[in-house]
Design a binder for this molecule. Structure first.
Ligand code: GUN
Ligand code: ZN
Length: 473
């Protein structure tokens, strides 16, 4: 029996942000994806009559491939990168918005996370969390797990089985949490961290990677932070995630606990935890010298605007971070944030930038290269959700755009479905693929980013494998 071809060619619209300032929108792209899930070639503008010739020019024959032609209102774009979320907090999503951070952790979050001591509970919860996140179009996700070793293994296994690209961190926290939910000693916490690192390293596919995860400075004693710094130095390539400067009471308490450190960022730096691929969630109240330090260490910020609004933390000045050349990605921060979808983070990142812009006391910098005191343009929003997030995780050469040599981590968007109103009116009057010109495509993209939801995410691929979506083929 003839083998089913596994090389795929997509014909239709392609949209991706290649920089903070530029969206490439190609209404008639032809994309060749190899059977190992790598993007082999991309042609920007191919007439429908020239498809076969175009493929032949790449050495591909139409009979040897799965050929997928996109319809009206559909396009391929990179999958989203969620640079900060808490898998064990999904059961709590939407609950606890009356609290600010420290009370919210005590009253809502720690009791929920404690339940993950039960491995069966963890299996059930994490199975549905990971599928939900994939169905939202998130192809790469940086997950905090809980402090539990077994449950963290379960989360890694589920991401591995479902094929999500993921960073999985067993949370380190040995103080200032609760009597029933904190680790017994730094030694225990560090030993479990080493165990999870080697366990995740033993999974045969490098899609799932370990990430060092000190919860935040308040929850880690000096010995624990020092031990994590040692582990970090033994794994110079490993990513690190933590929280920083989210809430005024948190910052004040951190200052009391680390009186020898000038700022919050200096605490992490002192212990060797501020470096390339360090993902700092929030950064709402960072001072100038902290921003300088973060930039000098080549670390970056996960902007979590939904959470920053929901827990009344404040508004992070992303425009200023971008002007300083600091890496920024988006995070849902469930369940500080109440949505698993990066679309919600995009919407709130836009609103946050507008609030800062209209509260500014001076006129915006007139330089077109400055984002400061201006609303974030669509290109920046899309960039933060894709390539910017990838860059923060050290994956910008692997994912984040639909570019030859990168892996096919992508979504097929369909704005004729679900809750995106208004698009199909033009379709009724005869608009077809060829007429879906660049301006129209950008308009549809904007509508998807602001009015869309997971019903519009038709298919989700990671490394060429279908892993989710509203309508898997
Ligand atoms: N938003 C948020 N901030 C934190 N700081 C320490 N832990 C957490 C957490 O779980 N969520
Ligand atoms: Zn968080």
């Amino acid at each position: 029996m003839a083998q089913r071809p596994t090389r795929r060619v997509f014909y239709g619209s392609l949209v991706h942000a290649t920089s903070l300032r530029h969206i490439q929108a190609c209404p008639r792209a032809l994309i060749g994806v190899s059977d190992d899930g790598v993007i082999d070639w991309v042609l920007d503008d191919v007439d429908s009559a020239s498809i076969q010739d175009a493929m032949i020019s790449k050495g591909w024959q139409i009979e040897d491939v799965d050929f997928i032609e996109l319809g009206f209102g559909q396009w391929i774009m990179p999958g989203f990168v969620d640079t900060h979320t808490h898998a064990p907090q999904y059961p709590n999503m939407g609950i606890g918005g009356q609290y600010e951070l420290l009370d919210w952790l005590k009253n809502v979050t720690f009791p929920t996370e404690a339940k993950f001591e039960d491995v069966e509970y963890a299996k059930k919860a994490y199975t549905s969390v990971v599928q939900r996140v994939l169905d939202c179009g998130t192809t790469t996700c940086c997950y905090y797990a809980t402090l539990h070793l077994q449950a963290t293994r379960v989360l890694a296994d589920i991401c591995h089985a479902k094929g999500q690209r993921a960073f999985i961190g067993k949370c380190n926290m040995d103080r200032h949490a609760s009597e029933t939910y904190q680790e017994s000693s730094p030694a225990q916490s560090l030993a479990d961290t080493e165990t999870i690192i080697s366990y995740i390293g033993s999974l045969e596919d490098p899609l799932v990677q370990p990430i060092l995860t000190p919860r935040f400075a308040i929850a880690c004693c000096d010995d624990l932070l020092a031990g994590l710094g040692t582990i970090a130095s033994q794994h110079p390539d490993m990513a690190i995630q933590t929280h920083i400067s989210e809430n005024p009471s948190e910052i004040a308490f951190t200052g009391e606990l680390f009186p020898d450190c000038d700022t919050y960022a200096h605490v992490y730096d002192k212990f060797g935890l501020l470096r390339e691929k360090t993902i700092l969630a929030h950064g709402v109240h960072l001072k100038d010298d902290e921003l300088d330090l973060i930039k000098s260490r080549n670390a970056g910020i996960s902007h979590c605007p939904t959470s920053n609004f929901h827990l009344s933390s404040g508004i992070a000045n992303v425009a200023d971070m971008l002007d300083r050349g600091i890496k920024v990605g988006l995070g849902t921060d469930v369940s500080g944030g109440y949505s698993p979808s990066i679309l919600t983070a995009i919407q709130h990142a836009s609103i946050a930038s507008k609030v800062l812009a209209f509260q500014a006391s001076s006129p915006p910098d007139s330089s077109p290269s400055s984002f400061s005191q201006k609303q974030l343009p669509l290109s920046a929003l899309l960039y933060l959700a894709t390539l910017g997030g990838a860059d923060l995780c050290g994956l910008s050469s692997v994912i984040g755009t639909i570019t030859p040599g990168k892996q096919f981590d992508a979504i097929l968007v369909d704005v004729t479905k679900g809750g995106v109103e208004g698009i199909w009116v033009e379709q009724e009057v005869g608009e077809e693929l060829g007429v879906q010109n660049k301006a129209r495509l950008l308009e549809m993209l904007e509508k998807f980013l602001f009015c869309g939801d997971s019903r519009n995410v038709r298919t989700v691929w990671v490394k060429g494998r279908v892993v989710g979506g509203a309508q898997k083929p």
